[in-house]
Ligand binder design. Structure first.
Ligand SMILES: Nc1nc2c(ncn2[C@@H]2O[C@H](COP(=O)(O)OP(=O)(O)OP(=O)(O)O)[C@@H](O)[C@H]2O)c(=O)[nH]1
Ligand SMILES: [Mg+2]
Length: 670
């Protein structure tokens, strides 16, 4: 069985190919840094595993996700490397290829994006290139699958052969240094190529340096590096050893490119350039983004989402409930079971499922942002504002992904280079309004703000962003020592996403929501209903004397200053800790809308618009859900920071809701 590692620069189509060859679906998007963990898949055509890795520019890692790739190559057993190279940016991509060749494992190049290269008039002589590098090359279009079907067999062949010997001449001084270092290395270890290790060490690759200090005296190592660097500087005038090595590789590569590539027409990026002139404009950038978001909500609510959702609701509460009622009567079930199903499970699960249209529309639009190339632009546009608060534009990418679900958002923070900025982003991404919270907004906005739904919801998203930025400023000033920041984001060319990819990506995000409804929310409905049905005084009590009322009543007084000091609100918020949609489930069971009335009607009777807005703001900011906290715990590797998140979130939520409600009353709203 073969085991092949996929390696290549970011955003070159590795995951697209992985999905194609393994039949799985992993996250694909048009910006650098989509994949942040290694993913293993089973090859369809030949027995073997394919391992998708985060994209890297070099084996010398800068950020945490890049470290994953280098670490994998160093510590895992695999039979070959499949190096994905972007044909439209050959010269830059080959820099990594050279380092992979030096690694001396069987290597195969998948030359991807040849469709893009062709459009730009880039003609590559594959055979010549393959001969110059000494490895097989297969041209492919990973997005459509063209040329990909030959890869598995080629991989199998490569895996059986030994690696070709690749020797780039680094000049006598460095070669001497390399020899001296390799002599220091023990012979019987499962280390990769010694030459590779030596070169990476001279380049100051931290992972390799750590690895080496397990075998060789650290001081001896550093002395050797210093001496070699000094000699190289004297002889060549290079600034550093690192720069010198880059230079040698660079001139080798440009020579190869000169001999195998012909550009037949002048590059024209007119479409991308014209769009960028507006979208990334210094003054227009942020307004354009806000307008885009506004249209998103207009679409999600007024134009498509809510009408569809109303239809679903009518179906659930009408024909479906009727059908269940008849079936239960026919089966002659007890009153208890009947109540459990008709007043607990059906409204509990159905009440959340009716929001499927809104959520899927939102996911469709997020997928569009991801796959079109707009994502990196938003990061760039936001960079100046983010820098003002001690982060950089890249931190905005996790936040946008967080609009879908906070969990992948937090994972995306791995691509941020500075540890401090990464941690702050991890801690603040939960303030982004995720799709689960959208169900609650839909409920309240539909009940109390019918004419301005999109605007009200947009304002909540903006509150989340603004609070996150303010806190980022606070945290980076008072909690962490300052570190200098670099902002490197690549602007990929815009690509019109394919429908197939978009729908697939939407479904992959949305299916979790449906699954949750069938499992977690289903179970939650049963528990919540039981807690509302039973009480300290016995079975089947009035709901106001139930356990649920007792539990909710404990925190209700605390909520009174915020405008929603009822036990129902208290109970709903408590259950929301498990998943934010469960708030809707709880309300559906608690307010038990009758046939003549919808839940929205019931809510409109209990809340004023001001109270509703305060409630939504509180729900947006208070404790992250359980899954999000677990992710923070893992990514920040600290229980303390996890508790810190719970603490600051509760505090800020209380403060903001208080200001909204009390301020609103002072201004004469009710
Ligand atoms: N035109 C064209 N687009 C492609 C091709 N292969 C991939 N893409 C697109 O390129 C973008 C990046 O694809 P991914 O598969 O996510 O790239 P990746 O190498 O896994 O990226 P990272 O995980 O960030 O390192 C997506 O928008 C793909 O649809 C191709 O052959 N031609
Ligand atoms: Mg990827």
């Amino acid at each position: 069985m073969i085991q092949v590692a996929l390696a290549g620069n970011p955003n070159t189509g590795k995951t697209s190919l992985f999905n194609n060859l393994t039949g799985s679906y992993e996250y694909v998007g048009n910006w650098a840094g989509v994949t942040v963990e290694k993913k293993v898949g089973t090859l369809k055509q030949v027995p073997g595993l394919l391992i998708d890795l985060p994209g890297i520019y070099s084996l010398n890692p800068v950020s945490r996700d890049e470290g994953v790739a280098t670490q994998y190559l160093l510590s895992e057993k695999f039979s070959a490397i499949l190096n994905i190279v972007d044909a439209s940016q050959l010269e830059r991509n080959l820099y990594l290829t050279v380092q992979l060749l030096e690694f001396e494992k069987p290597l195969l190049i998948g030359l991807n994006m040849i469709d893009v290269a062709r459009n730009r008039g880039i003609q590559i002589d594959y055979e010549q290139l393959s001969a110059l590098l000494g490895v097989p090359i297969q041209p492919i279009v990973a997005r459509t699958g063209d040329g990909c079907s030959r890869l598995p067999l080629m991989l199998q062949q490569s895996s059986e052969q030994s690696a070709v010997l690749f020797r780039l001449d680094y000049g006598s001084i460095l070669e001497q240094g390399i020899n001296r270092l390799t002599e220091l290395l023990p012979t019987h270890t499962n280390l990769p190529s010694k030459r590779w290790i030596a070169l990476q060490f001279f380049e100051e690759n931290p992972i390799v340096t750590d690895l080496l200090s397990g075998f060789v005296n650290r001081e001896q190592l550093l002395d050797l590096r210093q001496e070699t660097e000094r000699l190289v500087q004297e002889k060549t005038g290079a600034r550093s050893l690192h720069q010198y090595i880059r230079q040698v590789r660079g001139s080798f590569i440009s020579d190869i490119v000169k001999r195998s590539v012909r550009v037949t027409k002048q590059a024209t990026y007119t479409m991308t350039e014209q769009v960028d002139r507006i979208v990334t404009n210094k003054f227009l950038g942020i307004p354009v983004f806000l307008l885009f978001m506004f249209l998103v909500f207009q679409f999600t609510f007024d134009w498509a989402g809510t009408p569809l959702s109303d239809l679903l609701d009518a179906f659930f509460t009408g024909p479906l409930a009727g059908f269940f009622e008849q079936m239960l009567t026919l089966a002659g079930t007890s009153g208890f079971i009947e109540a459990l199903i008709l007043e607990g499970i059906l409204p509990g699960v159905g009440g959340v499922l009716v929001f499927v249209p809104q959520i899927f529309i939102l996911f469709l639009i997020i997928s569009f942002i991801e796959d079109s190339g707009y994502m990196a632009r938003v990061a760039m546009v936001m960079d100046r504002m983010m820098e003002g608060v001690g982060l950089n534009g890249k931190a905005f990418i996790p936040m946008i992904i967080g609009f879908g679900c906070n969990v992948p958002g937090i994972m995306a923070a791995r691509t941020i280079e500075q540890p401090k900025e990464r941690l702050i982003t991890t801690l603040l991404t939960p303030l982004m309004s995720c799709s689960a919270r959208l169900t609650v907004y839909s409920l309240f906005a539909g009940a109390l703000f019918q004419t301005h739904q999109a605007l009200v919801v947009l304002s909540l998203y903006v509150i989340g962003i603004v609070v996150a930025l303010l806190l980022a400023h606070l945290f980076s000033t008072y909690l962490f020592k300052q570190e200098s920041s670099i902002f490197l984001v690549e602007l990929p060319p815009y690509r019109l996403p394919q429908w197939k990819t978009l729908l697939r990506s939407t479904w992959e995000k949305g299916k979790g929501f449906i699954k949750k409804a069938g499992t977690f929310i289903f179970g939650g409905s049963v528990v919540i209903w039981l807690l509302g049905y039973t009480g300290p005084s016995g079975l089947h009590v009035d709901i106001n004397n139930s356990f649920l009322a007792a539990i909710g009543g404990l925190i209700a007084p605390w909520l009174t200053p915020l405008g929603f000091g009822t036990w129902q609100a208290g109970a709903a918020l408590l259950t929301g800790f498990f998943a934010k949609e469960v708030v809707v489930t709880t309300m559906n069971i608690l307010y038990a809308p009758s046939a003549a009335e919808t839940l929205q009607g019931a809510v409109a009777n209990v809340y004023t618009p001001l109270q509703a807005y305060s409630f939504m703001a509180f729900l947006l900011l208070y404790v992250p859900c359980f899954a999000t906290l677990a992710t923070i715990r893992k990514e920040a590797a600290s229980a303390r920071w996890t508790w810190f998140t719970v603490g600051y979130a509760l505090f800020i939520a209380y403060l903001v809701a208080l200001v909204i409600y009390q301020g609103g009353r002072l201004m004469g709203f009710e």
